[in-house]
Design a protein around this ligand. Structure first.
Ligand SMILES: [Zn+2]
Length: 70
C-alpha cells in the first residue's frame, strides 16, 4: 500500500495512527492543542483541527509533538 503520508521520523514528532511510545503531554503540531496520552495507545486525529480549526486541517499534516513528560 502506498498513501500520501510522508514517513516523518523526526525525533519527538509522531503521525496520527502511530503508537504512543511513552506517557506524556503531546501537542498537535498544526494547532497547538495539548493532550495527555498513555504509552501503548494511538495518536488520534485532533478534534480541534477537524472541527473549528478546519482551515488548519490538512490531510497528512496530522502530527503530534511531545512537549512534556507529565
Ligand atoms: Zn490540532
Amino acid at each position: 500500500m502506498h498513501d500520501n503520508y510522508e514517513n516523518i521520523n523526526e525525533e519527538g514528532v509522531y503521525k496520527v495512527g502511530s503508537v504512543v511510545p511513552e506517557d506524556g503531554v503531546y501537542a498537535c503540531v498544526p494547532c497547538g492543542n495539548k493532550k495527555f496520552l498513555k504509552a501503548g495507545s494511538r495518536f488520534k486525529s485532533c478534534l480541534a483541527c477537524f472541527g473549528k480549526e478546519r482551515r488548519l486541517f490538512r490531510k497528512g499534516m496530522e502530527l503530534w509533538e511531545k512537549i512534556a513528560d507529565k
